[in-house]
Structure formats: structure tokens, C-alpha cells
Design a protein around this ligand. Structure first.
Ligand SMILES: Cc1cc2nc3c(=O)[nH]c(=O)nc-3n(C[C@H](O)[C@H](O)[C@H](O)COP(=O)(O)OP(=O)(O)OC[C@H]3O[C@@H](n4cnc5c(N)ncnc54)[C@H](O)[C@@H]3O)c2cc1C
Ligand code: FES
Length: 260
């Protein structure tokens, strides 16, 4: 669905990261954790190609959707310039989203950097579960959503690559110390590929389940151009799926097929 979204606010969250609230009731009513918006980042068509940004939160009653984003290049720079009252063209909600089972009781969420944004909406949607959240960042200045996860009752484990906050090193180290087979009903993962791969393979080698949100460069965002295709395991061997339409969330059993 192609819609005009009204910018309610667009504020600095931390170093190079912004939090934007959009009034877009049709998307807020349908959004599921793990889905994303494909956005034309400026109202004056300076950039034709849309940029995919995950839904960080949605409030169907208020008609609002929140997105958190890091300023990386031209698109996100233009998005950061949007002021309250601006209208931007968004498509969404796109993609499949995470599968949530009512029987879940113990959950692990593992996120790195901007991968943490969609996991917040997921944590809010998991109901009464016991949730351990493993959050990895480059440095203390880039820590996002720590208090928000704690407010949702999550147990937060935090690491920074440079040791300026929490565990010094990668979040995969903290996760591997805590993870024991049988401890979690599901492990949700989103972040840099190297992090996601490590967690998914660790869990898979124990015959356990995970769901991982993958990131690829995108064009159309709706399964038409195949720019975002990734390799997956199929009954016949290795096949391809689109991250935008078949994903971005995939069952951990089928991703990174070259490994086993
Ligand atoms: C499904 C999905 C959900 C996403 N959700 C978020 C989110 O919630 N918050 C957020 O900050 N970002 C998110 N991203 C990444 C975001 O789309 C890119 O950072 C953005 O498109 C960069 O656009 P740009 O014009 O600012 O930078 P560009 O000039 O296009 O690129 C700047 C740098 O970012 C890298 N880059 C661009 N696109 C991607 C991509 N898709 N994946 C990995 N690296 C990329 C480029 O290689 C380059 O190094 C998501 C991506 C996908 C595919
Ligand atoms: S972005 Fe075009 S098929 Fe996924």
C-alpha cells in the first residue's frame, strides 16, 4: 500500500540515530513486528529509490507508527531533515514479520546495532513471556532502547565492541555464555550478518529453533525486481527467496544454507 504519512516528530535518539513518529493509521492498524516500510526519503522527489526501514512500534488506536534509523547515506540524511508536518510517501507494512506463538514462555532476543529497532516491537508483542534481550553496540554513544526494553520487563544483557558499556566484546559472546539447549522456546535475531549467522548456527547445531530478520539492499520492496534475493535451503537443495516479500524474517533452519 502506497500512502502519504504525516511526520509527527523526528528527533535525535543518540549519535547519528533518529526516532521518527508518523501518523499513518492504515499501516498502524495492520503492522506486525518484523515488518518494514519502504520510504521515499524526501517530499521533493530528490531520491527516487525507496529506503527500507523497520517498524519499531505501532499504535493502532492513535494511528501512529515509529521508526528508528541511523543516518548512513543520502536517503537517511534526507529523512533526518524532515520536519514535523511534512508528508512522506511510504509503502507498507511490507514483508512477513515474526511468528509469535501463544505457548512461548522463555524467549531470547539477540540484536546488534540498528537490528535492535524491530526487536522492540517484537518484545512489546510477546505478552507475559520471560524475555532475555542481548543487545550489542559499537560503543556507549550508540546504545539505543535499553530503558525501553527494561520498561517492558525484559532482562537486558548489553555489550559494546570497544568496552565503553557492558560486556567488552561481541554480543554473541554474552549470548553463548547464557544460552543452554532447552532454555528458550524461541530465539529471535536481527543485526549484522556475521552476528546473525553465529547465533543461528549455534542454535541450529543444537537442533533448536530461531527466527532471523535478514537485511539486503532493496529496490522495489515487493518481490518484483529480485535485487534482494538470498540463498535458502529447500527440499531440492539450495534455492533463492526474496528478503522483501518472502522475508525479511526467515526460519533459522533454512538460512545460511552453505554451512551444513
Ligand atoms: C528489511 C530492512 C529493514 C531495515 N530496517 C532499518 C531500521 O529499522 N533502521 C535503520 O537504521 N536501517 C534499517 N535498514 C537499513 C537501511 O535500509 C539502510 O541503512 C538505508 O537504506 C541506507 O540508505 P542511505 O541512502 O542513507 O545510504 P546509502 O548511501 O544507500 O548507503 C550507506 C551505507 O549503508 C549501507 N546500506 C545501505 N542499504 C543497506 C541495507 N539494506 N543493508 C545493509 N547495509 C545497507 C551501504 O552499503 C552503505 O555502506 C533496514 C534494511 C532492510 C533491508
Ligand atoms: S527489493 Fe525487489 S524483489 Fe526484493
Amino acid at each position: 500500500m502506497n500512502l502519504n504519512a504525516l511526520v509527527i516528530s523526528n528527533e535525535i535518539l543518540c549519535k547519528n540515530n533518529m526516532l521518527m513518529r508518523l501518523f499513518v493509521p492504515d499501516i498502524a492498524a495492520k503492522a506486525k513486528p518484523g515488518q518494514f516500510l519502504n520510504i521515499i526519503c524526501s517530499s521533493d522527489n530528490k531520491l527516487i529509490l525507496r529506503r527500507p526501514i523497520s517498524i519499531m512500534d505501532a499504535d493502532a488506536e492513535k494511528g501512529c507508527v515509529d521508526i528508528g534509523y541511523e543516518i548512513r547515506g543520502e536517503g537517511t540524511m534526507l529523512l533526518a531533515e524532515q520536519k514535523k508536518g511534512a508528508k512522506i510517501d511510504v509503502m507498507g507494512p511490507l514483508g512477513n514479520g515474526f511468528c509469535i506463538d501463544d505457548n512461548f514462555s522463555n524467549i531470547a532476543i539477540v540484536g546488534g546495532g540498528i537490528g535492535i529497532y524491530p526487536l522492540y516491537f517484537l518484545a512489546k508483542s510477546l505478552g507475559e513471556c520471560n524475555i532475555d534481550v542481548f543487545m550489542g553496540y559499537q560503543c556507549a554513544g550508540k546504545v539505543i532502547l535499553e530503558d525501553e526494553f527494561k520498561t517492558e520487563g525484559c532482562n537486558v544483557y548489553l555489550s559494546t565492541d570497544d568496552g565503553s558499556r557492558g560486556h567488552s566484546g561481541f554480543i554473541t559472546e554474552l549470548f553463548s555464555k547464557t544460552y543452554k539447549p532447552g532454555r528458550y522456546d524461541m530465539i529471535f535475531v536481527c543485526g549484522p550478518e556475521i552476528m546473525s549467522r553465529k547465533v543461528v548456527l549455534m542454535v541450529r547445531s543444537n537442533g533448536e529453533r530461531s527466527q532471523v530478520s535478514l537485511e539486503e539492499r532493496m529496490g522495489c520492496g515487493i518481490g518484483a525486481c529480485l535485487v534482494c534475493s538470498c540463498e535458502v535451503k529447500t527440499a531440492e537443495g539450495i534455492g533463492r527467496k526474496t528478503v522483501c516479500k518472502d522475508g525479511p524474517v526467515f526460519n533459522g533452519d533454512i538460512v545460511f544454507p552453505e554451512v551444513d
